[in-house]
Design a protein around this ligand. Structure first.
Ligand SMILES: [Mg+2]
Length: 199
């Protein structure tokens, strides 16, 4: 599987751990702010194929979408996202989810072979989530999320940015993820290989 591979770029949610049940648990935990939760989902969908030039511009547009047509302001959406939504997700991952053994084996094997490793997530709090899963963030050469680079997966530019951060070449890069439309499409956009993690 790692034949000819020099760089492994892994997705986080759904890949390092089985995320089944997480969305339902988020609803159960955040029932008191369901409209915000729904607005977050919708904003993600709206912003899907837009490329911004920076993290700031991305989140400005994201929170604008989240507040459009609602009683809450852009800054309330931002505070909620950073102090309620993301911390709740991290806590639920810590409490209910564990790493996928086959993916942890792949990471260990890649480490042993001296390959470069990166986590490339579609969400923030990458380090916090790794710690919640008991995975040492220090073993990865790059920890990055797509929004930090100004877009969401499967942005070609963001995927290229991640490879550039690693000095990676497409022909020796393997993307690993649970979603073909996000992780697989990122790999195809840059001409790299893709390994799909199945449930
Ligand atoms: Mg995923």
């Amino acid at each position: 599987m790692l034949n000819g591979v020099r760089t492994v770029i892994l997705d986080l949610d759904g890949t390092l751990y089985d995320k089944r049940g997480l969305a339902q648990r988020m609803v159960g935990r955040l029932w008191w702010c369901l409209p915000l939760l729904a607005a977050e989902r919708l904003a993600r969908r709206n912003i899907h194929y837009v490329r911004y030039t920076s993290k700031e511009e991305f989140f400005d547009a994201f929170f604008t979408y989240m507040s459009r047509g609602h009683w809450w302001s852009k800054s309330i959406a931002e505070v909620w996202y950073n102090t309620v939504y993301m911390p709740a997700m991290v806590r639920l991952i810590k409490r209910y989810h564990t790493t996928r053994p086959e993916v942890m084996e792949l990471i260990a094997e890649a480490k042993e072979q001296g390959l470069q490793l990166a986590i490339y997530s579609d969400y923030g709090c990458v380090e916090e989530k790794l710690e919640a899963l008991g995975v040492d963030p220090a073993q990865f050469d790059v920890l990055v999320s797509a929004p930090e680079l100004g877009a969401l997966k499967p942005s070609e530019t963001c995927a290229r940015d991640v490879m550039e951060m690693l000095g990676a070449k497409p022909e020796t890069t393997l993307f690993v993820g649970d979603r073909d439309d996000k992780d697989g499409a990122s790999a195809r956009a840059v001409g790299a290989r893709f390994l799909k993690i199945e449930n």
